[in-house]
Design a protein around this ligand. Structure first.
Ligand code: ADP
Length: 508
């Protein structure tokens, strides 16, 4: 049975649990990676938006440069840009083979010299204007491979600079170097405006905050709002304009990851509950089956006990009846004794049959009670001839049932504690019930059997009970009757040895 339970319930349940855990783990991992991807994507989205805004600013200026009709006007315009446009740090006009046409290295000022110096590889023609792997290669509306407009990130030392340029119809290239301090200030302004727009739209001020850092992790543009409570959400490079800079997005962790964790925890709890109920259900079934088997065993035992009990009185009745009919009993005294035995044995027989019938009536809930007021002291005195100790209390009960219970208890006392007659005490309990104790000085009931002696067919298994006749029904019937009248019957070991059976009944 236990093997079956293990094989059919515990093992599958464990396998299920294992599978469930593995699946949950995989699911959680999957969820986390997808959340991670989502975050990176959102960071990339913010970076793209930032780049888009910047490009708009630069394109505006490149358009104006491209609109200049002759070289003199162009140089004038470039000069004006350097002087007046805060977004422009340096400007230039470059022609293939000639290098920088404006500003020329001869006769330029300090700033210009530094500028020319820094971009020497570009201006000297050593590196192409559009690097082969540049993402801005398809920029503009140029024909074929010739690009008409571009942005050239330029890293020198720990500086990140950017050249924006246009190709003129004559092949020369004009453009400007972006004032990166200024463009960062612009980004900061942008972040603030976006944040305000966000706050206006939502009731809570939760959400995103972003900052820009350079390659070494130095913060160039801090987040508009403090980000301490927020977790880094994702990071993206600001290529193609500023590949050395990174945009980091923060968010409060009310995101999908939290829900995923909650979901997984919930699923785990549910799985655990399912397993528990599976195992518990299995265990209950097992217990029920075991009880059933014991019951069946006891019933068989009961049948053999009852048969035995029936046979004993029947045998003596038949024996004495034979004796009587054979006429071998010569004197009246012997005949009277034989008749007495026959009478008492028949009484025992009918008691036995009554008991079995009672039991079956009780089992089928067919027993009806004629409840009336009973003075217990008087009742016991009439029954056993001795006035019990205790106050004159009245109970509400069925006379026959109480008599049957008492007979049973007294029979048991006579059987198991034959030394001295049992004591009977009538008393009232604290909660108003009427109590009737039957006390003996017999062997008592061993601890392991105390609960079970009231089970039907149960007999404490020891040499004493085996010798003494019985069918294990007496106490079961007695308790059934007591409970049927709204009372109870319990056992307590008697201090100093022996048993106390206490019948409780509702008070009158
Ligand atoms: P039976 O007496 O026919 O075996 P009962 O239901 O009356 O069945 O009793 C159940 C068991 O309780 C008995 O087998 C016996 O072991 C135990 N028992 C009952 N009364 C007493 C008692 N007064 N002293 C000790 N053991 C008792």
């Amino acid at each position: 049975m236990r093997r079956l339970f293990l094989l059919s319930v515990v093992l599958p349940a464990l396998a299920l649990a294992l599978l469930g855990l593995v699946l949950l783990g995989a699911f959680a991992k999957q969820m986390e990676t997808s959340v991670e991807k989502e975050r990176i994507r959102s960071a990339e989205g913010v970076a793209q938006a930032q780049t888009f805004v910047w490009r708009g600013l630069l394109d505006l200026r490149l358009d104006r440069i491209a609109a200049q009709t002759d070289e003199a006007a162009l140089v004038d315009h470039l000069r004006a840009l350097v002087d007046a446009d805060p977004l422009v740090r340096n400007a230039f006009l470059w022609r293939k083979g000639e290098g920088c046409v404006w500003p020329r290295s001869a006769g330029c000022n300090e700033t210009e010299r530094d500028f020319l110096q820094r971009y020497r590889p570009l201006f000297s023609g050593a590196v192409p204007w559009t690097p082969p792997d540049s993402p801005s290669r398809n920029e503009g509306e140029g024909s074929g491979d010739i690009q008409t407009r571009g942005y050239r990130p330029w890293a020198s030392g720990d500086r990140a600079d950017l050249l924006a340029w246009v190709r003129n119809p004559d092949g020369s290239i004009a453009g400007f170097e972006v004032e990166s301090v200024r463009i960062l200030a612009d980004a900061e302004q942008g972040h603030r405006e976006a944040d305000e727009a966000n706050a206006a739209r939502r009731t809570s001020r939760k959400g995103f905050a972003s900052e820009i850092r350079d390659a070494s992790g130095r913060v160039l543009v801090p987040a508009v709002r403090p980000v301490s409570g927020n977790v880094p959400f994702g990071e993206s490079s600001l290529a193609p304009l500023f590949p050395q800079w990174r945009l980091r997005v923060y968010g409060t962790d009310e995101s999908a990851a939290g829900y995923a964790r909650l979901f997984v925890a919930l699923a785990a709890v549910l799985l655990g509950l399912l397993l528990c109920s599976l195992v518990a259900g299995g265990a209950l079934l097992l217990r029920a089956a075991r009880k059933e088997r014991l019951d069946a065993l006891r019933k068989t035992e009961f049948v053999s006990n009852v048969s035995h009990e029936l046979r004993t009185p029947l045998t003596s009745i038949r024996m004495f009846a034979d004796l009587l009919s054979s006429g071998r009993l010569s004197n009246d005294e012997d005949r009277r004794k034989a008749l007495e035995t026959i009478s008492s044995e028949s009484a025992r027989l009918s008691r036995l049959v009554e008991g079995v019938l009672d039991f079956s009536r009780l089992e089928r809930n067919r027993r009806r009670y004629a409840i009336e007021q009973i003075d217990l002291i008087e009742f016991v005195q009439n029954m056993v001839g001795v006035r019990p100790d205790g106050p004159a209390v009245a109970a509400l009960a069925d006379r026959d049932a109480v008599k049957q219970i008492l007979t049973n208890l007294l029979d048991n006392a006579a059987k198991y504690a034959p030394g001295a007659p049992p004591e009977i005490i009538v008393r009232e309990s604290g909660n108003g019930l009427v109590l009737l104790d039957v006390l003996d000085r017999g062997p008592g009931v061993p601890p392991h059997a105390r609960k079970r002696i009231f089970e039907r067919f149960y007999r404490a298994d020891n040499s004493a009970t085996r010798e003494i006749g019985g069918n294990g029904l007496g106490l079961s019937i007695a308790r059934g009757l007591a409970r049927g009248m709204g009372g109870d019957l319990v056992y307590t070991p008697r201090p100093g040895g022996g048993s106390i059976f206490t019948l409780s009944l509702p008070p009158a």
